[in-house]
Design a protein around this ligand. Sequence first.
Ligand SMILES: [Zn+2]
Length: 149
Amino acid sequence: MVALTREERRALRSTLLDRAPWLGDTDRGPQSVSAGECDLCGQEARLVQPCGPPPSALGAAAAPTWALGRRCAAELGVAGWCDGHAEEARTTLAWLAALPANADLVARLWWVACGEVRPDPTLSRTAVALIAADTVGNAGPPGADEALP
Ligand SMILES: [Zn+2]
């Protein structure tokens, strides 16, 4: 089983928002960017699009929807934002730095919950386990509570 039903996705959204309220932010985080992996490293969930020009490593090849994960945004720093948004940059970088360690997994689950990406089997099992844990009110299948705090 790979795709979730509409009801499962709805349940997953509410479970995730309960456990990770930072997902509700629409200015940064998974709601503010297109689903996918960081355009620079390809190994972390995209969580933010700075308003400056794309990093030189992306250059002209950058899609209009380019976005970065936590590590790459931290490396780029305030310089990734335009001069007028330095304050916003600092706020956003602090917000990213304060995210829990599992934020990338949570972001990927969020995109699954929103129907933006089709989950791979591992992600799918995590999602179903989380829904079950909250629906039944117990710990759910092994692994469900390791996935999220
Ligand atoms: Zn990255």
